[in-house]
Design a protein. Structure first.
Length: 416
């Protein structure tokens, strides 16, 4: 076999070992044979690898040199192993921690039992004699390359773990910042809203201050918008961490709950035309009433933000096979098709409404997580300029698994 016919990565391996030779610990292949002359006969097989060799001709020298240094590979003759037949020499070498991944190539006679015993002891390859030096060259090349790649992979894994740890720390800091921001904002916003409500009540007694009342009402509405945004940010994080309370129960009057949710909406619901159409079989369903009210409030708020004054928004609910389907339709600006797939992802909606209010999409993210918490799904159908309809489903049955998660105990399936 000519040098140019060796494996394609041989030159790369040679470069690697040249670099290793320039370090404090020079890379060598330890050739351990029963005689020094036989050992030296294998030295030419290492020349294409551009790596040094060390020759030993007795077990004592082999053990000594492998204790003091870590070779790049060990080429050992079976006849040398026979000098200490009472000792499993290869297994002993393998038990030394620095030699755990060092390639060990054993050469010996053609004998199936020897072949099996040597591999069982921990040798990587057994080469039967007679053989050609080129076979030894190719074998050592492949094994040392594999060792190099495995070490590089381990180093890469260590780096990836460090990166993962740094990422987790960054996420923890981001979560801490989010919680701090939410809690720091929530209290003053609530105080401002309370003061505004009190101011509006006082001013209503003076008919000449209608303009002031309108401005204060607008300020109150904007404060409510900020409070809803803060609540959604906090609850999205809590849901993703699995900490959001979930208590499904019988909702006996969906129509009333939907109208209550409209009262939670900031902005100007009174300047839109709302309709509620709930089929009799959907008036009663199983859901967490607080989460359902929040879902509807966010969908109503989204519809208001994307429709003009005098626009139409309608809420509908019906039963379809084994699920309840609820929808909120508006005749607003609509959503471009390319945005519809990512509209439920936090901060990915990121678009201005027709009222020039920046919309983060956090409310829709909350809706998605809350609906999925119920075991349902949510989607949107929309065309630009023709409005949007948001649909979501709620299962007509609460499964044993879902209730066990909530109650912490086994129970039967509840049907609605």
């Amino acid at each position: 076999m000519q040098k140019q016919n060796l494996p394609r990565n041989l030159e790369l391996l040679a470069c690697y070992h040249k670099k290793r030779m320039s370090s404090k610990q020079q890379a060598t292949v330890l050739i351990a044979m029963s005689t020094e002359a036989r050992a030296k006969a294998f030295v030419p097989a290492l020349e294409p690898l551009a790596i040094d060799s060390m020759v030993v001709a007795d077990v004592e020298s082999l053990l000594y040199h492998t204790r003091a240094t870590v070779p790049a590979a060990i080429l050992i003759e079976h006849a040398l192993l026979g000098q200490v037949s009472q000792l499993d020499l290869i297994s002993l070498l393998r038990r030394r921690k620095p030699l755990t991944d060092v390639p060990i190539v054993c050469i010996g006679p053609k004998n199936a039992q020897i072949y099996a015993d040597v591999l069982k002891s921990g040798a990587d390859v057994y080469i039967e004699l007679p053989t050609h030096p080129k076979v030894v060259t190719a074998t050592l090349s492949r094994l040392m390359e594999r060792r190099h790649m495995e070490r590089a992979m381990r180093e890469t894994l260590v780096q990836l773990r460090e990166i993962e740890q740094a990422y987790k720390e960054s996420e923890r800091m981001k979560d801490d910042l989010t919680h701090m921001l939410v809690h720091d904002l929530k209290s003053p916003i609530s105080s401002v809203m309370g003061l505004l409500d009190h101011s509006v009540d006082l001013l209503k007694s003076n008919s000449e201050l209608e303009t002031s009342i309108e401005l204060l009402s607008l300020a109150r509405s904007e404060s409510q918008h900020l409070l809803n945004l803060v609540a959604n940010i906090l609850d999205v994080r809590r849901m993703k961490e699995g900490h959001m309370p979930y208590s499904p129960q019988q909702v006996s009057d969906l129509n009333s709950l939907a109208k209550l949710s409209l009262q939670d909406v900031s902005g100007t619901p009174r300047e839109r035309n709302f309709s509620f159409l709930i089929r009799p079989e959907a008036e009663s369903l199983m859901a967490d009433p607080d989460l359902l009210r929040r879902i509807l409030a966010n969908l109503f708020s989204n519809a208001i933000k994307h429709t003009r004054r005098g626009g139409y928004i309608d809420f509908r609910a019906w039963r379809q096979e084994d699920v309840f389907v609820l929808s909120v339709r508006d005749d607003g600006e609509g959503i471009p098709e390319q945005d519809q797939k990512r509209i439920f992802n936090a901060f990915e909606q990121s678009r201005h409404t027709i009222h020039d209010r920046y919309d983060t999409g956090m409310g829709l993210t909350f809706c998605k997580l809350a609906v999925e918490k119920h075991g349902g799904k949510i989607w949107v159908e929309s065309k630009v300029g023709r409005g949007s309809t948001f649909y979501f489903t709620l299962p007509s049955e609460i499964t044993v698994e879902a209730l066990t998660e909530v109650l912490g105990e086994s129970t039967d399936t509840i049907s609605v």
